[in-house]
Write a protein that binds this ligand. Sequence first.
Ligand SMILES: Cc1cc2nc3c(=O)[nH]c(=O)nc-3n(C[C@H](O)[C@H](O)[C@H](O)COP(=O)(O)OP(=O)(O)OC[C@H]3O[C@@H](n4cnc5c(N)ncnc54)[C@H](O)[C@@H]3O)c2cc1C
Length: 327
Amino acid sequence: MSILLVVADVLDGELRPVNAQVFTVAARMGRTLGRPVAALMVGAPGLEAHAEAPGAYGVPRTLLIEDAKLAKYSPDVHAAAVAEAVRRVDAGVVLMAATLNGKDVMARAAEMLDAGLAQDCLRFRTEGDALVFTRPLFAGKILADVRVTAPPVMATIRPRAYTPEEAPVAVTVERLSVALPEPKVVVEELRQNASARLDVTEADIVVSGGRGMQGPENWHLLEALAEALGEGTALGCSRPVSDDGWRSHEEHVGQTGKTVSPDLYVAVGISGAIQHVAGIGASKCIVAVNKDPDAPIFTVADYGIVGDLFEVVPALTEAIKKVKASV
Ligand SMILES: Cc1cc2nc3c(=O)[nH]c(=O)nc-3n(C[C@H](O)[C@H](O)[C@H](O)COP(=O)(O)OP(=O)(O)OC[C@H]3O[C@@H](n4cnc5c(N)ncnc54)[C@H](O)[C@@H]3O)c2cc1C
């Protein structure tokens, strides 16, 4: 029987936290389909240190492709490594996180394999022997159920769509020796934004500011709120805020920015334009602060506070600090 292969997202030789979720989905899907599951790690020599990590989430086998050509991200070389591994082990289903790299690598590998790919999936289910994925389309306006008909079935899973579940198993590790092409393009350097706390796509809580903040000098209010909410909190913003250079584009949420799915999304001084809401629809709880009671953000918010953010946000921060201090 063909196996289910889950491709790890490796950045600078490290496994990104999002892998825990996708290993969990793979183990669960493997049980549902009755297929053996293996993880694939592709990168520069040294990956073996992480080879047992998938075992914590129920994935009992790791395949390693280590090559100096994979030290820096090269879209064509990474995709060629994934495609070759899929052929070698005859994978029938291939999963990866729907991160920027995940979506890029899987699209290229699918083209090399002439396979079908469902990107950015929120859920999966089976209908008979077939896998059906649910994914947002048209900036989140609809949720589509899609079935991949050109094998192997390839899919990327949206970060935070699933919660990691520990299910420890022993791991066997194998190396695959693959002839890789010379890179056509190499990412020479990745610069982390020095001020970035946590990426909005990976955070449990996102505190996001819009044009209502009136300027970058007022962001200390959101930073204090994020600090009070705790470690897993990231800062986000609407597009005009990043377009005007108040905040980095890394924090831009929405149709043309990042799609987030935190447990809590706090929208401060954001009107709730359709293009912004397209990026926050999968949030489990949305809290909006806006002085305009008719602002469209209130139609998607679970809790709305109508008021001046310059009064509401400090009060909210103090209240959260008090509650946290008392427990
Ligand atoms: C093709 C396209 C793609 C786009 N992609 C994106 C995208 O990815 N992400 C995105 O965000 N936008 C995107 N936009 C832009 C989008 O249409 C909106 O213009 C934008 O989201 C508005 O940003 P905002 O809510 O910060 O600002 P505004 O619409 O100006 O809203 C500011 C809000 O702050 C409130 N406010 C003002 N002062 C206070 C105060 N003191 N206290 C409380 N509330 C206050 C106001 O009542 C208002 O509701 C896109 C547009 C297009 C055409």
